[in-house]
Design a protein around this ligand. Structure first.
Ligand SMILES: [Zn+2]
Length: 114
């Protein structure tokens, strides 16, 4: 790519980053539980049907791992934040790629002719 193309690519990445909206790191998982009631459906000896699904958000940030439940009405919004965070990471990585490539081109251009 040329210097102009790389600079245009960086501007495009910056525009998409600015439009991202809410982000959150991590992933969602589903949990099924059994309760303490021996007569409950979750303890049925033939066809146990566990309670759930319960949605759990897990993430690690600044070395600290966190897991918490997400209420069912909040699952869709959290899923959108997690997807936006993945895109955020892709965009910043692509920006760094382009910045390094641009620096290499500029360095070559400034090199005196042999
Ligand atoms: Zn139960």
């Amino acid at each position: 790519m040329t210097t102009d193309q790389l600079q245009q690519r960086i501007r495009t990445l910056q525009t998409e980053l600015a439009a991202l909206g809410p982000i959150h790191p991590g992933s969602l998982s589903q949990q099924y539980n059994v309760c303490g009631n021996p007569a409950c459906r979750c303890k049925d000896p033939k066809r146990p049907r566990k309670h759930g699904p319960y949605y759990q958000l897990s993430y690690t940030w600044r070395g600290k791992s966190t897991t918490r439940f997400v209420r069912p009405p909040d699952v869709a919004a959290m899923g959108a934040k997690l997807a936006a965070y993945k895109r955020f990471r892709q965009l910043t990585a692509a920006w760094v790629d382009a910045a390094i490539a641009l620096q290499d081109l500029q360095r070559q251009a400034a090199r005196p002719e042999a």
